[in-house]
Design a protein around this ligand. Sequence first.
Ligand SMILES: Nc1ncnc2c1ncn2[C@@H]1O[C@H](COP(=O)(O)OP(=O)(O)OP(=O)(O)O)[C@@H](O)[C@H]1O
Ligand SMILES: [Mg+2]
Length: 247
Amino acid sequence: MSILSINGLHKNFGAAKIIQGIDLNIEEGEFHAVIGPNGAGKSTLFNLISGQFSPSAGEVTLHGQRISGLRPYQINRRGLSRSFQVSNIFAQMNVFENLRCALMWSSGVGYCFWRRAARSGDIDARAHALMDEIGLTARGTDMAGNLSYAEQRALEVGMTIAGGASVLLFDEPTAGMNHHEVETFATFLKKIAEGRTVMMVEHDMNVVFSLADRISVLVYGQIIATGKPEDIRADPAVREAYLGADA
Ligand SMILES: Nc1ncnc2c1ncn2[C@@H]1O[C@H](COP(=O)(O)OP(=O)(O)OP(=O)(O)O)[C@@H](O)[C@H]1O
Ligand SMILES: [Mg+2]
């Protein structure tokens, strides 16, 4: 059984048919990249999976159970967590506090009243472990807003994995990074993906082809190809629709 299964998924915004019948199965432990031109519907697909939108038709199942129609936090509790294209961190809090917040949300505290909440040794210990996993221990007491751009994205990954989700969705994790940062971050994502299942929207083809076990190509709300990197690279329809002749 696939860990994540997308069946006959459609999403319309008024008359605009943005997602037009997507079927896709993601296997446990897989690193799956979704590529496609701007406006193809990649973020919309993620919004449908993570519960920000409900589908016009079709459904998504996680561990064999339907999650479409559930609220994002309910889907999160079932083990699926996503990052956003736009940053979600609190610039005025330090790294440790940001992680602590994410941990408190995931354990059911709706708002981040951590400053007033009794100190919890358990949450603190988990925040330290997370900081270590994302390589930001040395930056723990620095304001998130003072981190480098790549460090902020790493913190965001930390907040995404805080709740212990086994399925992670990353929407353009390397967007806005310079070449060196992208390389470092790709290595980081590979480490984070160990023991987890990942779906990633990404425009940087070096990152996609170095990390993905399989790739799906989304064009105008439909998946025109799914396969191993070498098959996608060689696929004439993909080259024509998206990768270009020089891919
Ligand atoms: N809430 C919404 N209401 C109406 N239209 C929307 C909504 N969200 C997305 N769209 C439209 O759906 C289409 C797909 O958008 P989406 O953000 O999913 O594309 P994308 O593949 O993620 O693009 P990019 O690579 O630029 O991030 C766009 O035409 C967009 O304007
Ligand atoms: Mg997008």
